[in-house]
Ligand binder design. Sequence first.
Ligand code: NAD
Length: 366
Amino acid sequence: MSSPNMKIRDIDVDGYEKVVVAQDPDSGLHAIIAVHDTTLGPALGGLRMWNYGSEEEALRDVLRLSRGMTYKSACADTSLGGGKAVIIGDSKTQKSEALFRAMGRFVDTLGGKYVTAEDVGIGIQELEWLREETPHVTGLSRRSGSSGNPSPFTARGVMRGLRACAEEAFGTSRLDNFHYAVQGLGNVGGDVVLGLSMLGALISVTDLSEERLERFAAFPGVNVVGADEIYDVDCDFFVPSALGGVINDDTVPRLKCKVVAGCSNNQLLEPRHGEMLAERGILYAPDYVINAGGIINVSIEVGPGGYDERRAVEKIENIYTALKEIFATARRDGITPELAADRVAEHRLTEARALLDSVTGSAPTA
Ligand code: NAD
């Protein structure tokens, strides 16, 4: 049941199963949920809180992100579909229990077609408020039997992915003899830096937070560079771990690495930037493949039998194999790794739609 004064309206968007906007004057909630595709399972994707300039801007973001989740989950073979939700608002000043409980009621109106999780601007406390109103929430505390914070699992997947990249670009599975340029020392980037530092690698790092820079500068092999300087570091791996769109017309010519591989979503500003990397002989690990550790972890929680960390970790290890196969396809077919990954996802979706069609006579319309 939604709040008495909550207004929910549907928006028709071509290629999306369901897009809904909620406005609730009592709590101040203004949010959008986009369900891109549920062919493979419920649409799972994080809830983001961001100070968007307008509803149109928020809509653009949620549509792009939810479609990305369909591809990420399909490629990682998680039996999940793709969806995403955004709350329009300042996560530093506008959070309240009432707001997140209203969001929980909004999520609940979709009856499990969309399952939510943490994303930018959201923490465990907010998810717990949501959980008061709907069961369709993942990534709550481990104590409650949930899969917990996904970030360490994403970092683990990135480390596996780096190994596949090292084999493809340098013919070695060792990660210690390389120089890495890591942009962003947050939940995931920070763990990756710690892992690399423990192996004995050389790591140039940057972040906007002085506190994080100070903390990580104390680890062996780590040296700090300026936020813009990171693109010019003469290194082997550039590891985007902060923002999307960082591989663009300005940065590609500046990069002095052999590999771009990190956890950020939507690293390529446009698909053509993947081609620019290939032209420069730089190997690119498709972001949604190398950063799938967190969604794989959550998929185990949603799947049959409930959460089991061992099964999650085993599956995350497969990111290595998935990337090896994508690189091999890209080489064989003369295409970018990004396109090779898209084809894996699209192939799985097409097969599942055909199967659904043969069983029920119709597949969910995307
Ligand atoms: P986070 O918010 O914990 O960390 C991001 C870090 O980047 C912060 O320390 C921030 O100060 C820094 N930063 C922001 N702008 C910067 C800039 N211009 N230059 C340098 N540093 C900058 O986020 P996170 O959870 O570590 O996620 C990092 C990226 O990975 C995001 O794009 C996120 O969408 C993506 N991702 C995260 C997960 C996960 O499990 N957390 C999973 C998949 C993808």
